[in-house]
Ligand binder design. Structure first.
Ligand SMILES: O=C1C[C@@](O)(C(=O)O)C[C@@H](O)[C@@H]1O
Length: 372
């Protein structure tokens, strides 16, 4: 016993909390500075090796009585907060969005870890970078849906949840005999997601109408908290304009809150045909996600949110990409930042960069281009 009164002890704790808040903010300022430097160097925000070093340094420094496991859990949030701030910094560097009055670019990161622990790791790594997390329930073999949803809700970053149990026929992977999950069982998982109050459930237009409608009915019974995404995926080509519009109409008639049309780009022009659907759909008051997959389709993943798509997909890392041509979230943010005209002072001062931006004036003189 120290002999100090409870009030006195609490006062000391309060002072200490205030100091911790101040230190956390000082740390946040440094993290933002690091974010800017990473952006200038074209580095990814998420750096697992560096994060590991933070934890081992702390374990080494720790003299107790705080157990290392608890300290690591606390710093897990601190590190995630830095990533979140760096991500916010990147997205706030998009001046044309302000000019055009467009909404913020929303990024959906799929969670695919086949083992429970890996799925949970991905949730915590992706949440600070994402606006939505897509639980790819067809690719997560272990872990209960309830646990994963709970894990997302408990993480400190506000992210919406998309529940997807992709039909084999539309997943881009080959069907393995005996592996296909019965349609009823697949729908049952999505129903569980609705009962858990996830924000979106994704169901393919090609699913039997009876099963599809049963999802919409359940959503209505639960006060419409969950939004139904009705999706179409074509891993081979981009169908004709008329066929794309037919797919759009099919999704609309099936009661989609958000229509999702994802095709494969065989030519650059395919991107234009898919992207055209976005302003066309928004003009009819219909939320939509539309882009093309594949190497040639990468550009459409960047363009679509700029045209007003409800969200775009990006992966946490290259190894967890769920579709051809999917960029990592860090790559996507970097491209958006570059497109936003934010060129760092350091880069601008480099000779090669200046040469590349030397322009001819009317009288033939070479001068540096005026950059934003
Ligand atoms: O439908 C989609 C889009 C996607 O296939 C892509 O191309 O990014 C990725 C999937 O995880 C998601 O369900």
């Amino acid at each position: 016993m120290t002999g100090r009164s409870l009030d006195d002890l609490r006062k000391s704790i309060q002072n200490m909390d205030n100091r911790i808040v101040q230190l956390l903010n000082e740390r946040a300022v440094l993290a933002l500075e690091i974010g800017r430097t990473k952006a200038d160097l074209g580095m990814e925000i998420y750096d697992p090796v560096q994060e590991e070093q933070v934890y081992s340094r702390l374990a080494h420094y720790n003299n107790g009585p705080m157990p290392v496991s608890v300290l690591s859990a606390i710093f897990g949030h601190v590190v995630a907060a830095s990533r979140y701030l760096q991500n916010t910094l990147m997205t706030s560097l998009l001046p044309w969005q302000k000019r055009e009055g467009l909404g913020r670019v929303r990024i959906c990161i799929p969670v695919v870890g086949s083992e429970r622990d890996e799925a949970i790791r991905q949730i915590h790594a992706a949440a600070p970078l994402a606006d939505l997390l897509e639980l790819r329930l067809d690719l997560i073999e272990e872990g209960s849906l309830k646990e994963l949803v709970g894990e997302i809700r408990r993480n400190p970053f506000p992210v919406k949840i998309v529940a997807t149990h992709r039909r084999r026929e539309e997943s881009g992977s080959l069907q393995t005999p005996g592996e296909e999950i019965a349609e009823e069982a697949r729908i049952a998982v999505l129903k569980e997601a609705i009962l858990l109050g996830v924000d979106y459930v994704d169901i393919e237009l090609s699913t039997s109408p009876v099963l599809r409608d049963s999802l919409n009915e359940l959503i209505a019974e639960h006060l419409g908290r969950t939004q139904l995404i009705i999706s179409c995926h074509n891993f081979h080509e981009t169908p004709s304009d008329a066929a794309l519009e037919d797919l759009w109409r099919g999704c609309r008639e099936a009661g989609a809150r958000v229509i999702k049309i994802v095709t494969f780009a065989r030519t650059m022009a395919d991107n234009l045909r898919v992207l055209r659907l976005i302003p066309w759909s928004l003009g009819k008051g219909q939320e939509i996600v539309a882009f093309s997959m594949g190497e040639l389709g990468k550009i459409s993943r960047v363009m679509s949110p700029l045209l007003g798509a409800h969200f775009t997909f990006a992966s946490l890392g290259q190894e967890s990409a769920t579709a051809p041509g999917q960029l990592t979230a860090a790559e996507l943010l970097r491209i958006l930042e570059i497109l936003g005209g934010n060129t760092s002072e350091e880069l601008k001062s480099k000779e090669g960069f200046r040469k590349a931006h030397r322009v001819q004036t009317g009288n033939g003189e070479a001068v540096d281009e005026q950059l934003p």
